[in-house]
Design a binder for this molecule. Sequence first.
Ligand code: NI
Length: 166
Amino acid sequence: MSVLPIITWPDVRLQTECAAVEAIGPEIEQLVGDMFETMYTAPGRGLAASQVGVMRRLFVMDATWKEGDMNPLVCINPSIVPLSDARSTNEEACLSIVGVSADVSRPNEIELSYTGLNGKRVTAVIEGFAAVCAQHEMDHLDGRVIFDHLGAPERAALEAKYKEII
Ligand code: NI
């Protein structure tokens, strides 16, 4: 396994929708291993394939490892259905937008469906920080980032701040 370079905003690949993973084989297995190594090294709680330049619908996450509880999750061709009208706002950071964070509002509870590395389709109801993390990574697969959740003035201010940092 190796640590891959993480591409950063405003790279156009972070603004581009990813295509489905068509077959799970050695290449995808290797990519997943490298993505976990990259995510844990960064260190982060989630990483989408597009963030390492692979334009496929795949992300890895581990919402709890920083608290000492490892829960690695591989989501291939994921889909998300919001289950609650209730939303919460969390300060979200992104490994591709280093140095700034944004307050992002999302549904509290979601149904997450995905194919695992074993090829089996799984559906799970998740909430809390794991739901935030999954929705953030899902956004990447659709070419969306934290900036896209902000109103125009807030976005302009945060992008300006980011440009000063990079
Ligand atoms: Ni991100």
